[in-house]
Design a binder for this molecule. Sequence first.
Ligand code: 4NP
Length: 155
Amino acid sequence: MIRVLFVCLGNICRSPMAQYIFQDMVTKKGIENQFYIDSAATSYEENGNPMHYGARRKLEQMNIKCGNHTSRRIDRKDYKEFDYIIGMEESNIRNIRRIVGEDKEKKIHRLLDFSKNPRDIADPWYTGNFDKTYEDIVEGLNNFLERMQKNNELM
Ligand code: 4NP
């Protein structure tokens, strides 16, 4: 079982989008039983709150099923429990490190560092552009899956 935790600032836009898009991708490939997928925040700003309406609407448009995830902050035990801890932007990476401590097992990654064009995923909470966020997340997730395939991590 490969345990993947997606992380952003509020855990109501980007990281739950990544969680449900990735769940949809692996389900369509028939490899969903190889994964446990979750998401978390680096802040308590939205603690207990459901996904942002704009994020949910974009996924509905794309026919991607959403669960009833509510925002929770990442904690130190997540570092032990997950194999991949994937942030959306550089500031997420800094905040994750601050919370979980040293990344001895090299589990912490920025999503678009898996792509050929490494960059941050802009925060749609500020930009309002959920289409661009969706496209960037899909690009990162496809590259992440390809990398796992190349490294023979998938059965
Ligand atoms: P997210 O967006 O990190 O993609 O979930 C945000 C949601 C809420 C806040 C910031 C970013 N906030 O400060 O409440």
